[in-house]
Design a protein around this ligand. Structure first.
Ligand code: C2E
Ligand code: MG
Ligand code: MG
Length: 723
């Protein structure tokens, strides 16, 4: 620990005081009037040394001591003069110093302080009153002044020297040390001087016994004072204890508060963490809610939001134009089926990236589901820009792609709708773009179509048709008509083709060419087809019963693609035959060439199964589809129906007639009968007859007839045959 300059003065100051003390003690020891040293003095000296060494009062809060030895020293001065008083004082200092500390320096310093203060007292008293031994002989007032001076000088020198030494040692100002430790001890000195004065004045009268009497007095005084100090001390101790307790409590409170703050901080940090996570997860949920997980593209919901914003903006600013492109990949199902779903997913992902590359930052590409994508071009200058983007997208998608080592080519069919159609709802924009896309598909795929009002009207009508068709079955609006199939050779009805009719309550007659495709798409064909089949078989069974003949009439029923691939078709047919009681050999199922070719893998087995249950098979509309003559021998057909587009042109002298002849020859070679469809004129009939065609149907004889009309024809035929 570094000592200040003041602290460095402690030792020199103590040395100085010790030197002075030794000097004074030596000087007065030599001048001690030995003749005056009597029994009384020895008694006084021993009392001083014994009492002061036994009884000392510790000064509260500081640790210094005060004694009552001053009373005896005063008494010695007053009774035996300065030299005796100074010597007793120095001796008392030695004895009390030995009690305070072990160090010789401390003991010497203590003794020297006592010597110096006694010396100063004696000097001042001698100076003021001419001597010290007869002070009590003056008047009472004078004696009082003298005692006060004695007390004051002793008090100031004694406490002053000690306080000065302490101020050096503890590096505090003199005033701080003195006022704190000694200011209040002055009372000891005044009391001591008073008692000493009283005893000294009484000595003359009562002698030595006065001193003995004074002992209880001094003791009472001392103990009263002692108690007073004890009281102070305990109060101080209590105060100190209270202060300590208060400090302790404060410290505990501070600690508690600190703990609370820590706890609070922990809570806050935790809360912050939770809220951060919550935010983060909110962001995550938002992202998931508005994005497609496979391609990471915005989904339909987000596209809808952007479309709404585009609509709102174009309403406010009439110059703001936007367009929506609806894309559908053309061969996706094919790729998915042949290369697997992983490859399919890869194709979708790379399509997403390619589409993004085609666009400006303001545009948006979204995945709507499956292989459907949409592009929103928000803010276009003119619509030729939209066409340019559509063409760029098509070029971009055409580039070959490597999937699992397979080089794959894709194209997209696109429908485009423009904001000039004045939309209010995002759904309508999507609906129209979808409609246009559908048209692009119909027109041969890998192309784009722009939505227009005609398309819209058609789409609405189609939707209406769909809804009406659902109800048509329940409301019995459908009727089966029967068109006679004529044996050219026998000139008789050989059978009928069942052709369904829809008598719409508002729209009147609706052609099967219009509603069969809708029924196909919506799946209604399954129910519809079953009903037609049942109705036809029942009718034919009735005619068989009414008009029996050697060669039973046959009933031809058309089978659509969906019906043909229906897994329970065989069961269904068997059941209908069972229910109606119709001979399976009288049922002929017409399947178009294209349906057979589109389902080439299952067609053979399906046709064979149908043959095993005994029904007959016709290939319908032959010549319009793939015209794959080479495939014909692979399928177990009984009959081939030449499409009416060939028959129509018969006799025109062109190569068409030769085609019909070739088909007919081939069919006969394969063991098949031929039915010529759409025979309208004598000329047609003549050519077919000449070619050796067995059967024909057409307006030349009759169009599709109601069941009653068809029955009437049969009845008439029976009459004709019978006549
Ligand atoms: P399809 O099977 O080729 O039927 C023959 C179509 O030619 C019928 O048209 C018939 O009315 C028409 N037709 C008959 N003779 C002549 C003629 O001399 N001249 C002209 N121009 N046309 C003639 P329809 O009844 O309109 O049927 C159209 C198509 O609808 C049918 O073609 C068939 O593919 C389908 N279809 C009709 N009914 C059903 C059915 O119940 N189920 C299924 N799946 N398809 C049906
Ligand atoms: Mg047909
Ligand atoms: Mg046909």
């Amino acid at each position: 620990m570094a000592h200040s300059l003041r602290q460095k003065l402690t030792f020199p100051f103590q040395g100085l005081v010790i030197a002075a003390g030794l000097l004074i003690s030596t000087y007065y020891a030599l001048r001690l009037p030995l003749e005056q040293i009597d029994l009384r003095f020895l008694l006084l000296a021993s009392l001083t040394l014994i009492i002061s060494s036994r009884v000392a009062i510790k000064v509260p809060r500081f640790g210094s001591n005060i004694t009552i030895s001053d009373t005896f020293i005063f008494l010695a001065i007053l009774l035996y003069g300065g030299a005796a008083g100074i010597m007793l004082s120095a001796a008392e200092g030695l004895s009390s110093g030995a009690r305070v500390g072990k160090k010789a320096r401390t003991i010497l310093f203590n003794s020297s302080v006592m010597a110096c203060s006694a010396f100063a007292t004696v000097q001042v008293l001698t100076l003021l009153f001419g001597g010290v031994t007869d002070l009590t002989q003056h008047s009472f007032q004078m004696a009082l002044v003298a005692m006060s001076v004695m007390a004051l000088v002793q008090y100031f020198t004694n406490t002053g020297l000690v306080a000065l030494a302490m101020s050096f040692k503890y590096n505090q100002t003199f005033w701080q040390m003195w006022s704190k430790n000694y200011l209040w001890t002055s009372i000891t000195y005044f009391a001591g001087a008073g008692v000493a004065g009283f005893i000294a004045s009484s000595v003359g009268m009562i002698g030595i016994y006065a001193i003995l009497i004074s002992i209880p007095m001094v003791s009472i005084l001392y103990f009263t004072y002692y108690n007073y100090l004890e009281d102070i001390r305990s109060t101080a101790a209590k105060a100190e204890q209270a202060t300590r307790e208060r400090a302790e409590a404060e410290r505990a409170r501070a600690e508690q508060a600190e703990l609370h703050v820590e706890e609070l901080n922990r809570h806050l940090a935790e809360q912050e963490r939770i809220s951060r996570e919550l935010e983060e997860s909110r962001e995550h949920f938002r992202y998931v809610a508005f994005h497609d997980t496979l391609t990471n593209l915005p989904n339909r919901a987000l596209l809808n939001n952007h479309l709404q914003a585009a609509i709102d903006r174009s309403k406010k600013e009439t110059t703001h134009l936007f367009a929506l492109l609806f894309l559908d990949l053309d061969r996706f199902k094919n790729i998915n089926d042949s290369l697997g779903h992983v490859a399919g997913d890869e194709l979708l992902i790379s399509t997403a990236r390619r589409l993004e590359e085609c666009l400006r930052p303001a545009d948006m590409v979204a995945r709507l589901g499956g292989d459907e994508f949409a592009i929103l071009l928000d803010g276009v200058d003119e619509y030729t820009d939209v066409i340019r983007v559509a063409e760029r997208v098509q070029r971009e998608l055409k580039r070959p792609l490597n999937l699992n080592g397979h080089e794959v080519y894709t194209t997209a069919s696109m429908g485009i709708t423009l904001s000039t159609n004045c939309y209010d709802e995002p759904e309508n924009i999507l609906r129209d773009a979808d409609t246009a896309m559908y048209h692009a598909k119909e027109k041969g795929k890998a192309r784009y179509e722009i939505f227009d009002s005609v398309m819209h009207a058609r789409a609405v009508a189609r939707l209406q048709l769909e809804n009406d068709l659902r109800r048509a079955l329940e409301r019995h609006e459908l009727v089966v008509y029967f068109q006679p199939i004529i044996s050219i050779e026998r000139e008789r009805i050989a059978g009928f083709e069942a052709l369904v009719r829809w008598q719409h309550p508002q729209k009147g007659f609706i052609s099967p060419a219009d509603f069969i495709p809708v029924a196909e798409e919506t799946g209604l064909i399954v129910e519809l087809g079953r009903w037609v089949l049942e109705e036809s078989c029942r009718r034919m069974r009735g005619w068989h019963l009414l008009y029996p003949s050697e060669k039973p009439l046959s009933i031809s029923v058309n089978l659509s693609g969906k019906q043909f691939t229906q897994s329970n078709l065989i069961e269904q047919i068997k059941q209908i035959l069972l229910e109606t009681g119709l001979d399976p050999r009288s049922l002929k199922l017409e399947i178009t060439e294209s349906v057979v070719m589109e389902n080439a893998e299952i067609a053979s087995s399906m046709l064979l199964q149908l043959r095993t249950i005994g029904v007959q098979l016709s290939i319908d509309d032959f010549g319009t589809g793939y015209s794959s003559l080479s495939y014909l021998h692979r399928f177990p057909f009984n009959t081939l129906k030449i499409d009416r587009s060939f028959i129509n042109r018969l006799g025109a002298g062109d190569e068409n007639t030769e085609i019909v002849r070739t088909i007919m020859t081939l069919a006969n070679n394969l063991g098949m009968d031929v039915v010529a469809e759409g025979v309208e004129t004598d000329k047609h009939l003549a050519v077919l007859k000449e070619m050796g065609c067995q059967y024909a149907q057409g307006y030349h004889w009759a169009g599709p007839l109601s069941a009653e009309a068809a029955g009437a024809r049969l009845a008439a035929q029976v009459v004709t045959a019978g006549s």
